[in-house]
Design a protein around this ligand. Structure first.
Ligand code: SF4
Length: 556
């Protein structure tokens, strides 16, 4: 919102700076300032140093740490109560020589129809209150509420610690969550969690300030609480909070980075990497992880190779290392989760998603069937977010076993429909700049397909309806696909990790991809056709793909 108050919707940086700089946007005035004195400073520390330097305690600052400066592929951008973590955006910022972007905006924000807009906001607030008081029943605790996963609030981690895979996404520890662990983890979390915090003006509290004696405080939300601990096979949550403090200052993604380190230690155990690669590395699990994290963000020794992520590191290392890069999709590390029976909806989302993380693709449709008809009826009884009654029927008919169960139910066409709806909501959130935690990600969120067009209309004065918003989504989805297609993305890349499900069905999976591409108006290699692009006013994109020989005339 600070940027909006300064008078901007988005800021686009072109080109690179020859020396490290930061950008200072103060309403209409924009300055490029020297940042050489901030070189090597932490991503959180930098935010405060810039506020002091500018004498602007209310400026919002987005900054990178050492990882971004050194173009580590998992580098994040940290900002107050949020973090842009996936896909290495921090490396892009570092490559451009931008250490930070500071913004102070004091202008009013003008709405086309303010009274109508505020009324819609009040409805949303009322619904959030209702949902907080009435969690969705009969689903896992983590799926019952709103917001990003409430990892800072919940202390019961039995499900994650026993069902996620530890180390390099390999090992389930089915008896991990003992009474002793439960008590210790609760005690640790409650002692370091100074307070729960929300983003600007949001009634949810998804994040927390973490304060550990002797270390500077930082903000944490979502799964980073668990990822380092589980990747390193360290049984004490205390380690997770401590290493995450260092990692946040370095500015790295908490999903990929621990997996990269676990991958490296697996290669060492297998003899593919040697003692020489790890000269000086401590032998204990905690020490090993700190040591390697320090090397990755500085690109020192083996850290330089690992800084490019598992896929590229495996290619460079060779000697069979590729087989250890087993938990990637499209070259990116995924959730450390291994399951039994193929779920057709999740197969499609994992395979075709271009947002890398499943939490940025999945959302408003249940992850699994409900056990009884009563539970199903209860779920659909107040499902106001559902865009079409056909989805309610799927929920009613979906079983754990028998003909109407995974992998053949939801059917191929139903799966495509469900995925399209899930994706649509995420793409709309991105276009509007709304948090997925209140829309595309949770079950039964306050923002959905039926009220979003009203918000857009009241805010902008644009006459928007559901079809119009769907058109916006389709344009964005196809534009993103075209960008990746230009960079070589093809059907062969649309594969989940081979071991994500134990039971795989190659024929069905091929049918799912065929049907999804057809539904999208793409050819059988996942490339948008000329007709599809033209129908979305993206004729110039079709021309570009034609000039590059990617779309060939007369070929679908
Ligand atoms: S729901 Fe979204 S905006 Fe609100 S506190 Fe959670 S992450 Fe922040």
């Amino acid at each position: 919102p600070e940027l909006k108050h300064a008078g901007y919707d988005k800021v686009i940086f072109r080109g690179k700076s020859p020396k490290l700089v930061y950008i200072w946007i103060h309403n209409d005035k924009v300055e490029i300032r020297d940042a050489s004195h901030l070189k090597g400073k932490g991503a959180v520390e930098t935010q405060e140093l810039i506020r002091q330097e500018l004498k602007e305690p209310n400026a919002q600052v987005a900054a990178i740490g050492l990882a971004g400066e050194n173009r580590v592929y998992t580098a994040s951008i940290e900002q107050g109560r949020s973090s842009s973590s996936r896909l290495g955006m921090g490396a892009v910022m570092g490559d451009k020589g931008i250490k930070a972007i500071a913004v102070r905006g004091t202008k009013d924000i003008n709405l086309a129809r303010p009274a109508e807009f505020i009324e819609l906001c009040n409805d949303v607030l009322k619904y959030i209150k209702f949902r907080n008081e009435n969690p969705v029943p009969n689903v896992m605790t983590i799926l019952q509420g709103l917001g990003s996963p409430q990892e800072m609030f919940h202390v019961d981690e039995k499900w994650h610690t026993e069902n996620f895979s530890w180390g390099n996404a390999r090992t389930q520890r089915k008896d991990f969550w003992t009474k002793g662990v439960e008590l210790r983890w609760k005690e640790v979390q409650e002692s370091v969690r100074t307070r729960l915090i929300s983003c600007y003006n949001c009634p949810m509290k998804c994040g927390a300030i973490i304060s550990i004696p002797g270390l500077s405080a930082y903000m944490m939300k979502c799964f980073t609480k668990l990822t380092y601990t589980m990747a390193a096979f360290v049984d004490d949550l205390d380690f997770g909070f401590k290493i995450a403090q260092r990692a946040t200052e370095y500015g790295v993604d908490g999903f990929s980075t621990p997996q990269i380190m676990a991958f490296a230690f697996e290669l060492k155990e297998s003899g593919i990497l040697t003692d020489a690669d790890f000269a000086g590395c401590p032998s204990d699990n905690e020490g090993k992880f700190y040591w390697l994290l320090d090397r990755i963000v500085r690109r020192e020794g083996i850290g330089d190779i690992l800084a490019d992520g598992i896929h590229w590191a495996a290619q460079k290392i060779g000697k069979g290392a590729e087989a250890y890069a087993h938990n990637n999709i499209k070259k990116h590390e995924q959730l450390p989760l291994k399951l039994g029976m193929l779920n057709p909806v999740y197969f499609l989302m994992y395979a075709t998603g271009e947002k890398i993380n499943i939490t940025q693709i999945e959302g408003q449709f249940p992850q699994a069937p409900f056990a009884t008809m009563e539970e199903r009826e209860e779920f659909i009884s107040d499902w106001i977010q559902c865009p079409d009654d056909k989805f309610k029927q799927i929920v009613l008919d979906w079983e754990f076993r028998g003909e109407r169960s995974n992998p053949h139910y939801p059917t191929v066409d139903m799966s495509v429909d469900i995925v399209d709806w899930q994706e649509k909501m995420h793409y709309i959130d991105d276009a509007l700049g709304v948090c997925a935690g209140l829309s595309s990600f949770p079950l039964k969120p306050p923002y959905h397909m039926h009220n979003y067009p009203k918000f857009v209309s009241a805010a902008t004065g644009i006459d928007m309806d559901e079809d119009g918003l769907t058109q916006v989504y389709n344009r964005n989805r196809n534009l993103l696909r075209a960008v990746n297609v230009r960079r070589g993305l093809r059907r062969a890349d649309e594969v989940p990790p081979e071991d994500h499900w134990k039971k795989r069905f190659p024929e069905l999976e091929a049918q799912l991809l065929d049907a999804y591409y057809k539904f999208k108006g793409w050819n059988n290699d996942g490339i948008p056709t000329k007709e599809t692009l033209q129908a979305l006013d993206l004729g110039y994109v079709a021309e570009d793909l034609e000039q590059r020989g990617i779309i060939k005339n007369g070929q679908d």
